[in-house]
Design a protein around this ligand. Structure first.
Ligand SMILES: NC(=O)c1ccc[n+]([C@@H]2O[C@H](COP(=O)([O-])OP(=O)(O)OC[C@H]3O[C@@H](n4cnc5c(N)ncnc54)[C@H](O)[C@@H]3O)[C@@H](O)[C@H]2O)c1
Length: 349
């Protein structure tokens, strides 16, 4: 049995981490904490566990084996590194951290302390994405040529537990906007699906529409469009948006030399293969999660599996670090209006 602590009791802890730990036979939730003590107390009441007054107190509990870090982006690295030093395995939410140095330090600390570090890139665990990765590896669409992936919804204000004055719109707490909130999911996903690495990026970021609670334009980007070149030769785009006020768009299309893969791009079929020969195949593998419709993410199962078996996770910190390098390359490109190349030793390191 793994004893669990949860740091941060907001929306993602409530809809994903806590219920998935509760359902897992191998886990027992020992304590939670939140900077909002009333929230921690309410969650502790619901989950029959302790409410600790701080992350430090929770991490000092010797009985806790593993923790979820579900706090604002700016605190991911500090809490994760503290937890790893305290001997805990860590599942940290995305974006991994707010600087590349912090991401690297998280990976290094996990290695030195011999603890599992998993990052919440749950898109890798969707059945359809795993199915598509195998299809591509088997050569079903030939050589991957071009692709596009998008994650666009109406913004975090209807999602975050604190409806007014949310931390997502506070640059000191979030650091970035849609690029690191949603774009990271798709950049990471494309590296996973194609089993490839971004080697160059060109991107724009913009604040097109989103206003804070005082009706001022938010200080972080509400949109990002990234053009990515993969080491294997394909090119693709990622669009991340907080200003999609219609139906959420969370899909991917991949063109190969033998045909096209459409992923979560049809109301019924999760995956469609359209061959150059005219042949079409339709697959109903699963449904994509949306903000309104949360399905079991599998990230807790994956974290626990990695701890108990010692077999590295597809969501291991080092994979997330690689995706964060690509995302920071996009940020630098948007700031400098230049193509940013990612050096080979980073890709292969
Ligand atoms: N994997 C995903 O798809 C996914 C989805 C949503 C959110 N997230 C990530 O999860 C994290 C939390 O987001 P959320 O949506 O739950 O936000 P939220 O605003 O709903 O909740 C955040 C909670 O953390 C608490 N908190 C913040 N900083 C803290 C600190 N240093 N110590 C203790 N408590 C702290 C807040 O009081 C609040 O209760 C973010 O990094 C976000 O990007 C990931």
């Amino acid at each position: 049995m793994l004893n669990i602590g949860v740091v941060g009791c907001g929306r993602i802890a409530q809809v994903r981490h806590l219920p998935e730990y509760l359902e897992h036979d191998g886990c027992h939730i020992v304590a939670v904490t939140d900077m909002n003590m009333d929230r921690a107390l309410e969650i502790a009441r619901q989950y029959h566990c302790h409410a600790d007054a701080s992350a430090e107190m929770l991490l000092a509990r010797p009985e806790i084996d593993a923790v979820s870090v579900c706090v604002a982006n700016a605190d991911h690295a500090a809490v994760t590194i503290h937890a790893l030093h305290a001997g805990k395995h860590v599942l940290c939410e995305k974006p991994m951290a707010i600087t590349l140095d912090e991401c690297q330090k998280m990976v290094d600390t996990a290695t030195k302390s011999n603890r599992v570090l998993v990052i919440g890139h749950n898109q890798r665990l969707l059945k359809t994405h795993q199915f598509v990765r195998n299809l591509i590896a088997s050569g079903e669409i030939g050589q991957v040529l071009m692709w596009s992936s998008r994650f666009c919804h109406g913004g975090p204000e209807s999602w975050s537990i604190d409806k007014n004055n949310i931390w997502f719109f506070n640059r000191e707490r979030s650091a970035y906007g849609a690029l690191f909130d949603l774009g990271i999911h798709k950049i990471d996903l494309m590296q996973y699906l194609l089993d490839d690495h971004v080697c160059a990026a060109f991107a724009i970021t913009a604040t097109q529409d989103k206003k804070d609670a005082d009706n001022r334009p938010i200080p972080v980007e509400d949109n990002a469009i990234c053009m990515l070149h993969m080491q294997g030769g394909s090119w693709g785009t990622v669009h991340a948006s907080w200003t999609c006020y219609g139906k959420e768009r969370n899909n991917t299309v991949i063109d190969g030399s033998l045909g096209t893969l459409r992923i979560y791009d049809h109301p019924v079929y999760a995956c469609i293969v359209e061959k150059k020969t005219g042949e079409k195949s339709y697959y109903q593998t699963d449904e994509i999660q949306t903000n309104e419709k949360q399905t079991r993410s599998g990230i807790i199962d994956e974290f626990v599996r990695a701890i108990l078996t010692g077999v590295p996770s597809v969501n291991a910190g080092r994979h997330a670090l690689s995706s964060m390098r690509a995302t920071f390359a996009c940020l630098t490109s948007a700031q400098t209006h230049r193509i940013v190349e990612i050096n080979d030793s980073w890709i292969n390191g």
